[in-house]
Design a protein around this ligand. Structure first.
Ligand SMILES: C[S@@+](CC[C@H](N)C(=O)[O-])C[C@H]1O[C@@H](n2cnc3c(N)ncnc32)[C@H](O)[C@@H]1O
Length: 214
C-alpha cells in the first residue's frame, strides 16, 4: 500500500537532493538482480537518513539489516572523521556485493560489515552508539531495541523502519493479524511507552519510528 499519492511522491523526489551516482547504481542493480528490492530504503528515505546523520554527526553508528548497503552508505555521509559504521546482515550471499560497494564509496575504512545473526553479533560490538538504525526481521524489533538501548549514549537516536508495516498496523488495512504485524504493533507500543526515550512515529514511506534517548 502506498501512503502518499504517486504524483506527490514523484514531486517530492524531484524536489529532493539527488542520490550520489554510487547510490543510484546500488538502487538500480538491487532492482535488477537482488531478491525483494522493495526492502531498499530508496531515494527519499535515503536522503532523510543522510540528513539526520549529518545533523547528529555520529561517531558510532549501528545498523541492523544491511541488505545491499544503501541505507548504510546514506548514514555514513554524516559520520565524523575517524567514526565507524557497524552494519550486520544474516545473508552471506550479499557480502561480496556490499563489500564492493563500501570499497567504491570512499567510506570503506569506516564501514564494518558483520555477517551473521544480529541477535548474536550485536551484543559483541563494544561501542557507545550515537545512531542506531533497526531494519531487519520485524519479529525481533523489540529484542533489538532492548539489546541496544543501554549502548546508546544519552542524546543518541534509534530509528526503526517499516513501523507502519504497509498499513497493517490498522485493522481496516489488515486481512489477518499475523506475527510480524503483531511484532510491529508491540514494538511501536513499547517504544511509545518507554520513559527512557522521547519518540515520534514519522509517516514517511513505510513509517519510521524515531526515538531519542533522554
Ligand atoms: C529491509 S532489509 C534492510 C534494508 C537496508 N537497511 C536498506 O534500507 O537498504 C532487511 C535485511 O535484514 C536482514 N536480516 C533479517 N534477519 C536478520 C537477522 N536476524 N540478523 C541480521 N540480519 C537480518 C535481511 O537479510 C535483509 O537483508
Amino acid at each position: 500500500m502506498e501512503f502518499i499519492d504517486e504524483d506527490l511522491l514523484r514531486y517530492s523526489e524531484d524536489h529532493t537532493s539527488q542520490e550520489s551516482e554510487l547510490l543510484h547504481k546500488i538502487n538500480r542493480q538491487t532492482h535488477l538482480s537482488v531478491m525483494k528490492p522493495r526492502m531498499l530504503s530508496g531515494h527519499l528515505q535515503g536522503r532523510l537518513l543522510s540528513l539526520y546523520s549529518k545533523m547528529i554527526q555520529p561517531k558510532q553508528i549501528l545498523e541492523i539489516g544491511t541488505y545491499t548497503g544503501y541505507s548504510a552508505l546514506c548514514m555514513a555521509e554524516g559520520l565524523q572523521p575517524g567514526g565507524t559504521l557497524h552494519t550486520v546482515d544474516i545473508n552471506e550471499e550479499l557480502e561480496e556485493r556490499v563489500r564492493g560497494y563500501f570499497d567504491e564509496s570512499g567510506y570503506g575504512e569506516q564501514m564494518k560489515l558483520y555477517i551473521g545473526n544480529a541477535l548474536e553479533i550485536v551484543p559483541t560490538i563494544e561501542a557507545a552508539f550515537d545512531l542506531v538504525f533497526i531494519d531487519a526481521d520485524k519479529i525481533n524489533y523489540t529484542r533489538y531495541y532492548e539489546m541496544v538501548i543501554d549502548k546508546v549514549r544519552p542524546g543518541g537516536y534509534i530509528i526503526a523502519d517499516n513501523v507502519l508495516w504497509s498499513g497493517k498496523v490498522l485493522e481496516k488495512y489488515r486481512k489477518k493479524l499475523d506475527e510480524d504485524t503483531r511484532a510491529v504493533m508491540d514494538f511501536n507500543r513499547h517504544v511509545h511507552e518507554d520513559e527512557r526515550v522521547e519518540n515520534i512515529l514519522l509517516p514517511v514511506r513505510d513509517g519510521l519510528m524515531i526515538a531519542r534517548k533522554k
